[in-house]
Ligand binder design. Structure first.
Ligand SMILES: Cc1cc2nc3c(=O)[nH]c(=O)nc-3n(C[C@H](O)[C@H](O)[C@H](O)COP(=O)(O)OP(=O)(O)OC[C@H]3O[C@@H](n4cnc5c(N)ncnc54)[C@H](O)[C@@H]3O)c2cc1C
Ligand SMILES: *[C@@H]1O[C@H](CO)[C@@H](O)[C@H](O)[C@H]1NC(C)=O
Ligand SMILES: *[C@@H]1O[C@H](CO)[C@@H](O)[C@H](O)[C@H]1NC(C)=O
Ligand SMILES: *[C@@H]1O[C@H](CO)[C@@H](O)[C@H](O)[C@H]1NC(C)=O
Ligand SMILES: *[C@@H]1O[C@H](CO)[C@@H](O)[C@H](O)[C@H]1NC(C)=O
Ligand SMILES: *[C@@H]1O[C@H](CO)[C@@H](O)[C@H](O)[C@H]1NC(C)=O
Ligand SMILES: *[C@@H]1O[C@H](CO)[C@@H](O)[C@H](O)[C@H]1NC(C)=O
Length: 538
């Protein structure tokens, strides 16, 4: 395989007239094509429709891409049925329109609703049916659903079933499962994508496929290989997991004065080795605390040890005493609750409040942000941690965070090639670096983004190398991009491809070349097809 790919590597990418026409603004034709079908015009929005801005903005989850300069789609379509989605794909293909698929819009770089080339958004917001089958311990989840809706629907039917996906309930299953998807149960059950058993997908030819008709290669690729690349997922079939009737949560905040550095340092050795029922992550941020006496505001760092245990307090306390006594966890720090209440707890909602807040698609607060990810193989020395804390005292870091999520347990057992997500045994934990701000403007954005880039450079000696691995669901265009106007070379894509997918990158390219040779589904970080030049080159 590799040898034949190399013959393409040095091909100069020249835009042909055919490829230019594929980028033209054909949206009139596109709309005409849609109106000749059964597609009701009630869900086609062009900029001259007064609902267009609100439909577009509703699922923008990062204010960096909510500005007047942000490129806007020519058309937004919000299909209400599978056949309507199919029609949109067929008409886009026929008229050469570029398509971006949007689930719930959480892409960190806005790729589901921003493109530099003329484009339409297929927004799946109206496809949200969730069918939970308690006897089969499975569910079919339409791709426009959020994970909050999924958790809610599971809890409606069962107190002892759950699903191991992300923390923030507004995240969409469309993008989340396509990139792996992890949450607080990953040490016991792995990722969301590890628990997908079937899917319905529209391929680049507009065919609707399931697991059997798409075949195991394509089914492998869509479980972690990234969204908007292999096709449009209509629905996922997932395997639900057992959860106990009672789980325990706690959050312990430790400042520098309370030995935060030593505790974070120690955590690196113990957290990836705990019993798989125990998950303790750390959220690090700056804290202004008033200094007793002189009344001055003094800045410190707070490390927040944020945990769930899949069992009761009586079983948790001895585990903590044996494995992490330094944290000093006491019975009164712990709260027992149901699994769905723990979802509310991690989402920041009152655990005794109404569960239907999980159905909301609007975040508690939407801000400007930039994020990056890292994987850690060797514990970072205390001095290294202190260097991170220094970044938090800079001006741009008023609202910044580093989140450490432990691996181990089930994550160590799953083969790195089982699905495209490759970060398994050997990883102690994952880091997410985040910086937020609240003012509009290029200059403000530049300052904050430059801060996180400097932090990222500082981290280099302490984290994974060759490749410096990254998590695709924390999308970061700094690590490399495709040229989506022209055609992407394998070499260009491999720069970011091996960071996200390591040795799985080549298999992803192979699948892409087979199922979507003309690169119909694409974005700045989608897997390239090797034959795109052969077909369109001259
Ligand atoms: C506030 C917040 C909290 C988060 N928390 C977590 C977390 O706890 N764990 C975690 O793992 N990640 C988390 N993430 C990251 C999240 O998993 C990714 O951003 C994910 O891709 C979002 O999916 P979406 O459908 O909401 O996003 P979208 O922006 O709609 O989609 C993301 C990508 O997938 C494509 N896509 C979407 N739907 C489909 C589909 N049906 N078929 C094909 N392609 C599709 C889009 O084109 C885009 O490229 C979080 C993100 C945010 C903003
Ligand atoms: C229109 O809808 C009907 C019934 O849903 C279907 O049989 C027919 O194939 C559709 N036609 C087109 C052009 O999609
Ligand atoms: C805008 O779109 C909505 C929904 O499709 C439709 O009801 C309305 O008539 C449209 N308005 C204009 C001005 O096109
Ligand atoms: C809105 O735009 C569409 C296509 O862009 C056009 O056909 C239609 O006439 C426009 N409607 C109005 C009211 O301007
Ligand atoms: C996005 O921008 C629009 C227009 O400037 C604004 O009305 C809207 O409130 C913004 N969205 C958010 C979540 O701030
Ligand atoms: C910090 O750690 C030292 C030992 O390393 C210990 O003596 C001290 O009591 C700890 N302080 C706090 C607040 O826990
Ligand atoms: C913390 O203190 C800084 C100045 O030292 C101030 O600018 C900032 O607003 C404070 N943050 C909070 C959350 O109080």
């Amino acid at each position: 395989m590799k040898i034949s790919w190399f013959s393409f590597i040095f091909v100069l990418v020249v835009l042909s007239s055919a490829s230019w026409s594929a980028l033209a603004d054909n949206h009139e034709e596109f709309i005409q094509c849609l109106s000749h079908s059964n597609q009701t015009s009630s869900n086609i929005y062009t900029p001259n429709n007064s609902s267009f801005p609100s439909i577009l903005q509703f699922s923008i989850q990062n204010l960096r891409f909510n500005t007047t300069e942000t490129p806007k789609p020519l058309v937004i379509v919000t299909p209400v049925s599978e056949s309507e989605v199919q029609r949109v794909i067929l008409c886009s293909k026929k008229t050469g329109m570029h398509v971006r698929v949007r689930g719930a819009g959480h892409d960190y770089e806005g790729l589901s609703y921003v493109s530099e080339v003329p484009f339409v958004i297929v927004d799946l917001i109206n496809l949200r049916t969730i069918n939970v089958d308690v006897n089969d311990k499975s569910a079919w989840v339409e791709a426009g659903s959020t994970i909050g809706e999924l958790y809610y629907r599971i809890a409606e039917k069962s107190k002892t079933l759950g699903f191991p996906a992300g923390v923030c309930p507004t995240v969409g299953v469309g993008g989340h499962f396509s990139g792996g998807g992890y949450g607080v149960m990953l040490r016991k059950y792995g990722l969301a994508a590890d628990n997908i058993v079937d899917a319905r997908l529209i391929d680049a030819n507009g065919r609707i496929l399931d697991r059997v008709s798409m075949g195991e290669d394509l089914f492998w690729a869509i479980r972690g290989g990234g969204g908007n690349t292999f096709g449009l997922v209509l629905a996922w079939k997932i395997k639900l997991v057992d959860v106990p009737e009672i789980v325990t949560v706690f959050t312990l905040d430790k400042t520098l004065e309370q030995n935060a550095t030593k505790l974070v340092h120690r955590w690196q050795y113990v957290a990836p080795r705990f019993h798989e029922d125990l998950f303790i992550r750390i959220l690090v941020s700056k804290l202004n605390s008033s200094n007793q006496g002189d009344g001055n505001n003094q800045q410190t760092i707070v490390a927040s040890f944020n945990s769930i245990f899949l069992g009761g307090i009586d079983r948790l306390l001895p585990i903590m005493k044996e494995n992490f006594p330094e944290l000093g966890l006491r019975r009164e720090d712990c709260i027992e609750m149901s699994w769905i209440e723990s979802i509310m707890y991690f989402a920041g909602f009152p655990t005794d409040g109404p569960l239907d807040v999980l159905l909301s698609r609007v975040q508690l607060s939407t801000r400007y942000f930039k994020a990056k990810s890292d994987y850690v193989y060797q514990p970072i020395p205390e001095g290294g941690l202190e260097g991170i804390w220094r970044f938090f005292f800079e001006d741009e870091a008023q609202s910044s965070q580093v989140i450490l999520s432990p691996y181990g347990g089930r994550m160590d057992e799953i083969s790195p090639s089982a699905i495209p997500f490759p970060h398994r045994a050997g990883n102690l934990y994952k880091i997410q670096h985040l910086v937020y701000w609240d003012e509009e403007g290029e200059e403000v954005a530049e300052r904050h983004i430059s801060w996180i880039r400097r932090l990222y450079s500082y981290m280099a000696p302490f984290v994974s190398k060759l490749p410096r691995a990254a998590y695709i669901n924390y999308r970061d265009l700094d690590i490399g991009v495709n040229n989506i106007k022209g055609y992407t070379s394998y070499v260009q894509a491999k720069v970011w491809g091996i960071k996200y997918f390591k040795n799985n990158f080549d298999r992803l390219v192979h699948v892409k070349t087979k199922v979507d040779p003309s690169n119909f589904f694409r974005n700045e970080q989608s897997i390239p097809s090797l034959t795109q030049w052969k077909n369109k080159g001259e």
